[in-house]
Write a protein that binds this ligand. Structure first.
Ligand code: PLP
Length: 375
């Protein structure tokens, strides 16, 4: 039996999405930018998908820019906004690298620290804002520790101190768990990625609210109202729309069910493993996130043992040339290195079952114990 607890990395595709996509690989293969009957069929599917995606994101169809995934959507938000109105780029220290590196590539990047619970430090945010700022990027939910940021409060601070700045939110990890229509409403730009909620990989979207301009980062045939060129990935976009619809329809029940499983998993591990701690505050987290640190073990070794026992999980640390570096997220939260190198991220999803949690609870404590007692 394989227990998949890495939904923050990617999710299995929803059957609705697979079924919706299939015809667009075969008989409905048209290029949606053409004008004949075969092209028109593809265009119709694209338009319908755009309506669904817009509805699920609380936007109008003209505000949706389809992209090749979350990374591209984040880059379009930051580099595209900066090109439209040059100025400083601000983001938090716990952003995904798609945001962090996109900001750092610009001439004036300002990185805002977070508190020990992973929530952005509001005073520090206010401190780096001024009228020269063109974009501020704060993720809705963190991919490693699951912390949800108070976007409405952040938007108020930004509007007051940097009136010409646009607010971008990376909602890639949030979409499965939060009512993004409401939660992302204070943002001008909103990025999502289909494969994080049961859609295909390599397709995503950026909401660009009316009145906000972004320069394209990919130029060519002028698709997406000249905001993103390239032949449409019709099958992928149709699959993303189907996955979004299913996610939204089941979100409330999934969140309640998965939060219960996550609580049982986290509480069970904290009780069974001495010198273990939970990262961040559970009340601030998305329902699928269980992030723990085990002192006296290294994540990579733990992941290998778990993999051998059928549990697929992840760590927040990158292993380079034999040395284990704590993740930038845990470092920003001030988690001591001795704890951070023993990080374990267990991310649950809509397909997670009570039996998955049972197996994880059976396998993880002895694996930690084995590593601690190894000579
Ligand atoms: N932003 C966050 C918060 C993510 O977790 C990820 C994926 O890991 C991305 C952006 C990148 O999305 P994609 O894999 O679609 O490029």
């Amino acid at each position: 039996m394989t227990v998949y607890l890495d939904h923050a990395a990617t999710t299995p595709m929803r059957p609705e999405a697979v079924e919706a996509m299939l015809p667009y690989f075969s008989e409905r293969f048209g290029n949606a930018s053409g004008s004949h009957a075969v092209a028109r069929e593809a265009r119709k599917a694209l338009d319908e998908a755009r309506d669904i995606v817009a509805d699920c994101l609380g936007a109008s169809p003209g505000e949706i820019v389809f992209t090749g995934g979350g990374t591209e959507a984040d880059n379009l938000a930051i580099a595209g906004r900066h090109a439209a109105r040059p100025g400083a780029a601000v983001c938090t220290a716990v952003e995904h690298h798609a945001v962090l590196h996109a900001c750092e590539a610009l001439p004036d990047a300002r990185i805002v620290p977070v508190r020990s619970d992973g929530v952005v430090d509001m005073d520090a945010l206010a401190g780096v804002l001024d009228p020269s700022v063109s974009v501020v990027s704060v993720m809705l939910a963190n991919n490693e520790v699951g912390t949800i940021q108070p976007l409405a409060e952040i938007a108020e601070v930004v509007r007051a101190a940097a009136p010409d700045a646009v607010l971008h939110t990376d909602a890639v990890q949030a979409f499965s768990w939060l009512d993004v229509v409401h939660a992302a409403s204070p943002a001008d730009l909103v990025a999502v990625s289909a494969h994080k909620f049961g859609g295909p990989k390599g397709v995503g979207a950026l909401v660009v609210r009316n009145g906000i301009t972004v320069e394209p980062i990919i130029r060519g045939g002028g698709q997406e109202r000249d905001r993103r060129s390239g032949t449409y990935n019709v099958a992928g976009i149709v699959g993303m729309a189907a996955a979004m619809q299913a996610t939204v329809a089941q979100r409330a029940t999934t969140v309640e069910r998965v939060a219960g499983l996550r609580d049982r998993l986290a509480d069970g591990l904290l009780a069974a493993v001495p010198r273990s701690s939970e990262t961040g505050r559970r009340v601030d987290k998305i329902a699928g996130n269980c992030h723990l640190c085990f002192e006296g073990v290294e994540s990579e070794a733990l992941l290998m043992l778990l993999d051998g026992a059928g549990v697929c999980a992840a760590a927040g640390s990158a292993c380079q040339a034999g040395s284990v570096e704590p993740s930038h997220v845990l470092t920003a939260m001030g988690v001591p290195a001795g704890r951070a190198i023993g990080a374990l991220r267990l991310s649950l999803g809509s397909t997670t079952t009570p039996a998955d949690v049972d197996l994880a609870l059976e396998v993880i404590p002895p694996a930690v114990e084995r590593l601690r007692s190894a000579p």
